[in-house]
Design a protein around this ligand. Structure first.
Ligand SMILES: C[S@@+](CC[C@H](N)C(=O)[O-])C[C@H]1O[C@@H](n2cnc3c(N)ncnc32)[C@H](O)[C@@H]1O
Ligand code: SF4
Length: 382
């Protein structure tokens, strides 16, 4: 039976962080019942057309899913397990913000079937948290991590680094705190300025500066080095885990496997009748719910992904992973031999310069290559 990963988007947040361009919305009163009903309808819609699948993971992302009521999370998990065939070791992750109110719901989420949380800590420095527009303190983040450890077998948290004024020394100190508190997984992101965000306006105005490329590269290397000392390997550009504790859900994206995304703005890559489709949904929560109420789904576009795009997407995703791309799986999934999907002379140059490795079964980017993937991919992909 073909496998499936399921993404469920909760589109609301208490406030909008100035760096964030995720599909998140602030409402005085969240239309909880309407959104949950629409999510359940959309889940049933997808299940009816996808057919029997082994469900390997569910991921509640946002937005801020820790604003959801545990009983709503329970209802969606129960629906998903009934509508698909859950793997015995199904991974069920929920993204949580570490305010005390949200951490107070952890036991409820565990009872609902969540077995992994990913907490948006961002920093252990209160000044930085203020700069990032966060609603929680470093102490609250520590408390949330503690509480998560008591309730879940698996736990990850996110930090944002390469921030204005950050030195290698202070990042190493913050990272040491993080690694001491970490369980089996960490997501460590370099701050990026996303168009349309408050930070984009401030940055353009010169309100703050970011570390230059050299410093950013040193911070990245320091991150991988410190994580490795704690037994966590950099299995993806921004993700670190103990062996076997990688995020199975995110691995499905990077390995270019099928996933269904429900909720406002959620994307999907789904094989239907032997053809891979890219699906997208209305981003505005109320408009999306309106579509679901009329049509059973908030899908606004569903396009077949042609062979060229399949190959390009699989390459883009797979080279993010330290394990790289399995050459035979690539061909099976995309219909294109991997060597036909790349410019072979660029590939050989990249191998010579130490950015790529090619073996009998895998093409992979080295740590140096993964650092430069944005520059490398446009010239490598055909
Ligand atoms: C969907 S978001 C956050 C989930 C949750 N609402 C939270 O804030 O903790 C996932 C993660 O992406 C990271 N992120 C979002 N925007 C970013 C940016 N511009 N630069 C770096 N990391 C970013 C943050 O670490 C965040 O926790
Ligand atoms: S970072 Fe998280 S809490 Fe902040 S706006 Fe984005 S999704 Fe919402």
């Amino acid at each position: 039976m073909e496998s499936l990963a399921l993404y469920i988007h909760w589109p609301f947040c208490l406030s909008k962080c100035p760096y964030c361009d995720f599909n998140s919305h602030v409402r005085e009163k969240i239309p909880r019942d309407r959104i949950v009903a629409a999510l359940r309808t959309e889940l049933a819609f997808e299940a009816a057309r996808i057919g029997a699948r082994k469900l390997t993971s569910i991921f509640f992302g946002g937005g801020t899913p820790s604003l959801m009521a545990p009983e709503d999370v329970a209802a969606l998990i129960a629906d998903a397990k009934r509508l698909f065939t859950p793997a015995t070791d199904i991974e069920v992750t929920l993204e949580a913000n570490p305010t005390s109110v949200e951490a107070g719901r952890f036991a409820g989420y565990a009872a609902a079937g969540v077995n992994r949380v990913s907490i948006g800590v961002q920093s252990f420095d209160d000044e930085v948290l203020k700069f990032l527009g966060r609603e929680h303190s470093a102490d609250q983040a520590r408390a949330a991590i503690e509480l998560a450890r008591e309730n879940f077998l698996r736990l990850s948290f996110d930090l944002i680094y390469a921030r204005p004024g950050q030195t290698e020394q202070n990042w190493r100190a913050e990272l040491a705190t993080a690694l001491d508190l970490a369980a089996d997984h960490l997501s460590l992101y370099q701050l990026t300025i996303e168009p349309g965000t408050k930070f984009a306006t401030l940055y353009a105005r010169g309100a703050f500066a970011l570390p230059d490329e050299d410093l950013a590269a040193r911070l990245y290397d320091a991150t991988a080095e410190a994580a490795a000392e704690y037994g966590m390997h950099a299995y993806e550009i921004s993700n670190y885990a103990r062996p076997g504790r990688e995020s199975r859900h995110n691995l499905a994206y990077w390995r270019y496997q099928d996933y269904a995304g429900i909720g406002p703005g959620a994307h999907g890559r789904l094989t239907l009748g032997g053809q891979l489709y890219a699906t997208s949904r209305h981003r505005a929560p109320e408009a999306w719910a309106g579509l679901v109420e009329t049509n059973g789904t908030g899908i606004t576009a569903e396009t077949p992904v042609n062979a060229e795009d399949r190959a390009r997407e699989a390459l883009l995703m797979g080279l993010r992973l330290a394990e790289g791309i399995d050459v035979s799986v690539f061909q099976q999934r995309t219909g294109v031999p991997l060597l036909d999907a790349v410019d072979q002379s660029v590939m050989r140059d990249c191998v010579d310069e130490g950015y790529l490795t090619i073996g009998p079964t895998h093409l992979a980017a080295t740590a140096e290559g993964r650092k430069r993937l944005d520059a490398l991919l446009p010239v490598l992909a055909k």
